[in-house]
Design a protein around this ligand. Sequence first.
Ligand SMILES: Cc1ncc(COP(=O)(O)O)c(C=O)c1O
Length: 370
Amino acid sequence: MKLDKYTKLLPKTGMGEQAAYDLLSHDIKVRSANLGSDIALAHMDPPTPGIASKLVGLNAQFNQNLLHPDLSPFATDVERRLIEWLAPVWGMADGHMCGGSTLANLTALWCARETGATRVVASVDAHLSVAKAAHILAMEYQALPVDGHGRIELPKMADLSNTCLVLTAGTTGRGMVDPLGKTGALWTHVDAAWAGPLKLSKHASLLDGIEDADSISISAHKWFFQPKDSALILFSDTESQDLVSFGGDYLAVPNIGVQGSRGAAAIPLLATLLAWGQDGLAQRIEHGMDMAEHLADFLQSHPKAELKQMPETGVVNWRPTVGSPEYVLRELGESASSTKINGELWLRHVAANSHADVDLVSQRIERCLR
Ligand SMILES: Cc1ncc(COP(=O)(O)O)c(C=O)c1O
């Protein structure tokens, strides 16, 4: 831990707000990844628009709390309006915001359990938050294999009458979309943490069938370009949220979902959508999809690279045919991350940063493969 400037013991006397700000703002800038750099193409975390980060600061000044509508009447209305705008995009009827898709997945599985589901089935490529939620909820968990493309393989005639089936729209490692649509499960949840926003772009048909889900998770801090912590949990039935609502003597309205106090993530999301419009959002997502395609074409035609598959939702996997992927990963720094596929290490690029320059990333790859 490089914290030499900070005393080991809790300071007895304060240094003052300006000095503390100067100290911390410097260290944040120096020791955080530059997600908006022209070579950043590694993770599902985009740089956030200025308007969103400004409004996060303003939200904090008013210390808004969506648990109590009287503390944040405007933000409460804004979240309602956003849900009205957005839920129908995926064929859903209701929902709320929460701190991330880990919590959104937990909320969905909790609803499924309240409906009678006793086990959770997902693919081996599902995000770890799904197994974690099943564990928290003491539900049986089964991971099914995936096909050669990384999509869940559901056994024919499987009895899913006691099951919450979790399908992923944009798997974390490979960005693949499980076959969506009617499943026969007691509860079908689609984890669209990453690829959900594609529904607002010209690639919407990749998510055909998502409207048959009972619930959907979408991380707004991924392809809605929001600062953390921002996600949506959406339900097809307006009564589903009642299953995860608790009243309290001190509360004017029931507390819905996993979190109690939570901030007004709806405001920066509304601001971004007002500033960019659906077209502006779509254009950034489509640019990401184009970048991934472009990079995949480059890798496919490279004699020293093996592309795993053409990208489906802006995630590219490849490895060098000579030398080690570990070496390339180290050399590429912020341009690449990695994932294991069938136990083997593959490089991974995620096209979340609209400012990335794929030609620069390709040149860096070229240098590593020389
Ligand atoms: C498919 C999928 N589901 C869930 C999550 C967890 O989301 P969060 O990090 O917003 O909690 C992720 C994170 O990368 C993800 O890729």
